[in-house]
Design a protein around this ligand. Structure first.
Ligand code: FAD
Ligand code: NAP
Length: 576
């Protein structure tokens, strides 16, 4: 069944898809959103597990494109809980009457480029095929759970829940024996709440993570006053940072060159403020292992302070990765939960999980009976949702084939050989290293600008050149190689999915730098892009020349360390 041709088909109705829809409407485009779920909100629609909430302050994690929207919405807490975030998504959808252009309960299964029409043929799981000039993948970076499975799982007679597909009516664990697998952000948020109601909770940990306290509560008065005085300026300040939120970042302090008492005082101040502030006290933390260890040791001390049993505290202390190289978690009462009589921690490194049984889980040394097991086992991040769609570009190549060695994009926005296909917060953009809502706004605004430009110049298509894609991908790889990020088996590196190519998937240069690069590319007349209509090439700029200059103020020893790593990367990848 072939539907009428659209100007733009958007996949996903999370914050990305919703804002993209609005921007397309502003241009009078014929647009439709396809969403697998039965409502808007994406992440906040699916992840309804107990304790789910933002770990970036809500004042920052809000849209900034409409002054009235900002004024009429009030967050009740510093870190909004999932129901409130979902209510916010619905409020935005209703306020701008978005739902009428969204098809819910529908999945996009394929998108094939039709060169003769300068358009995509998009196939849905209901058999419908929709021709669309532009396709926007607003499919989310953390929207597809990993295919993790365990021997014997089909024999288990109790209930299995996934944090990422939580039942809409909630789950009552009162009086139940519950097991949870995983100790990432989802688990760290849900464990304290499940422990409050369950008769007994067993946590299966393979790798401990660093977590800092949220200190959730009312929005801090100073922040609130500042926001009230000028929401525009508040948002602009956040967007002009590398992480897309104000984090009191130090410009040049080095942990290795600061007196221990001063470091302690500074880290205590940041710990007391809570959340991610601890990440931005010292500029050498992400590059110099010695600096990183100072901060990691501080957090280890905090874990010991919170957990009464020293053996449990030790098990909960990360030892295999530098602080910040896996996404840090932000918690409410996580460590103290292990002081409860009804909570136990099983170290899967010492006592590996062998199989599920009819009644629970068997590890090498123990057997456990559970009424319910929670899988908080993570996502096929950044590429998962895109690669699950059969996307075929100009040569019939699939995007999965194009990314066989890891994702390669131009600016995280487009892929060579896949014209008129845009990624929102795709691999190669700052994305998951930032406050996502600000990255989403930047990307959507930019895509809308590209579409407006094409329409104004009566062009049929835009495509990233392979040269520009290669230069950008090398730049992303080199920027990541400077840091400690690449030394850790994280989902950022694709390491949590067996067989997934190993590449650090986000751009580490910062949202502020990245935004400038994107604007320069546009101002220089769409550098790195080929713009055409049918056989006629209207604009051809194959090279990308707008790399940011090397960091100016970096301490010499850090620069040496970073450049040494880049040289090693170049050698290893034959780029010398
Ligand atoms: P999503 O919200 O993931 O929406 C994508 C949508 O696309 C989904 O609804 C999905 O159903 C749909 N979709 C995917 N594939 C298809 C298909 N083939 N067909 C049809 N529909 C499809 N970021 C932060 O900045 N701060 C936080 O505190 C934070 N907390 C998070 C907590 C959790 C539990 C998770 C999982 C992520 C969190 N994130 C956070 C990241 C979060 O994903 C982003 O902040 C943001 O919500 C992403 O919005 P999005 O619209 O790009 O993607
Ligand atoms: P995650 O960070 O990838 O954590 C998954 C956990 O499951 C890890 O502890 C992992 O252990 C474990 N695991 C996976 N497979 C396993 C197996 N076969 N056996 C035993 N353990 C296994 O996933 P997540 O917690 O869902 O978080 C993903 C991301 O979503 C976060 O990093 C964050 O960006 C976002 N998020 C944010 C918040 C928030 O606070 N706002 C909340 C939830 C999620 P290993 O480490 O050993 O692989």
């Amino acid at each position: 069944m072939m539907a009428d041709r659209l100007d733009v088909l958007i996949v996903g109705a999370g914050f990305s898809g919703m804002y993209m829809l609005l921007k397309c409407r502003e241009q009078g485009l014929k647009v439709r959103v396809i969403e697998a779920g039965s409502g808007v909100g994406g992440t906040w629609y699916w992840n309804r597990y107990p304790g789910a909430r933002v770990d970036i302050q809500s004042l920052d994690y809000s849209f900034g494109f409409d002054e009235n929207l900002e004024k009429e919405w009030r967050w009740s807490e510093r870190y909004a809980p999932q129901p409130e975030l979902l209510a916010y998504a619905n409020h935005v959808a209703d306020r701008f009457d978005l739902k009428k252009d969204i098809s819910f309960h529908t999945k996009v299964t394929a998108a094939h480029w039709d060169a003769a029409a300068d358009a995509w043929n998009v196939t849905l799981d209901n058999g419908e095929v929709i021709p669309a000039r532009f396709v926007v993948m607003a499919t989310g970076c953390l929207s597809v759970p990993t295919d993790v499975s365990f021997p014997g799982i089909e024999d288990y007679k109790g209930t299995i829940y996934r944090t990422s597909k939580w039942p809409h009516g909630g789950v009552d664990f009162s009086g139940q024996r519950v097991g949870i697998i995983g100790t990432g952000s989802s688990a760290i948020q849900s464990i304290p709440i499940i422990a409050e109601s369950a008769a007994h909770l067993t946590v299966f940990q393979r790798t401990p993570n660093y977590s800092t306290p949220a200190h959730n509560g009312p929005i801090p008065e100073d922040d609130y006053k500042e926001w009230l005085a000028d929401p525009r300026a508040f948002g602009a300040r956040s967007r002009a940072t590398s992480g897309g939120f104000w984090n009191d970042a130090s410009a040049d302090a080095l942990a290795t060159q600061t007196a221990p008492d001063d470091i302690k005082a500074e880290l205590e101040r940041r710990w007391a403020w809570g959340g991610f502030r601890i990440l931005s006290g010292y500029v050498d933390q992400a590059i110099d292992p010695a600096a990183n260890k100072i901060i990691a040791d501080f957090i280890a001390g905090k874990i010991r302070e919170q957990v009464k049993d020293p053996k449990v505290a030790d098990l909960l202390t990360p030892k295999d990765h530098p602080f910040g190289t896996k996404r840090p978690c932000v918690d409410t009462g996580y460590y103290a939960t292990y002081n409860r009589d009804n909570v136990e921690l099983i170290d899967l490194r010492a006592d590996p999980l062998e199989r599920f049984t009819a009644t629970g889980i068997k590890t090498k040394d123990h057997s456990f009976d559970f009424d319910a097991v929670v899988l908080a086992t993570g996502f096929d991040a950044m590429t998962g949702a895109i690669e699950r769609i059969d996307i075929r570009g100009v040569n019939g190549e699939t995007i999965k084939e194009h990314w066989a060695a890891g994702p390669e994009t131009y600016l995280g926005l487009m892929v060579a050989g896949f014209p008129n296909l845009f990624l929102i917060t795709g691999p190669g953009s700052p994305s998951v290293l930032t406050n996502m809502i600000n990255s989403i706004e930047q990307h959507v605004d930019y895509v809308a600008r590209i579409i407006a430009h094409l329409n104004a110049s009566q062009a049929g298509r835009i495509e990233a050149s392979r040269e520009a894609e290669q230069t950008w991908t090398d730049h992303c790889d080199q920027m990541a190689a400077m840091t400690l990020f690449t030394q850790t088996n994280s989902w950022y590196m694709g390491a949590n999915v067996p067989g997934k190519p190993r590449r650090f998937m986000a751009y580490t240069g910062g949202l502020d730098v990245y935004t400038n690069i994107c604007n320069t590319v546009a101002d220089k007349g769409w550098e790195g892009f080929v713009i055409a209509r049918g056989d006629q090439v209207l604009h051809e700029s194959r090279k990308f020349d707008s790399l940011p200059p090397p960091p100016e103020n970096m301490a010499p020893h850090l620069l040496d360390m970073a450049m040494g790593r880049v040289a090693a990367w170049m050698q290893e990848h034959g780029r010398v």
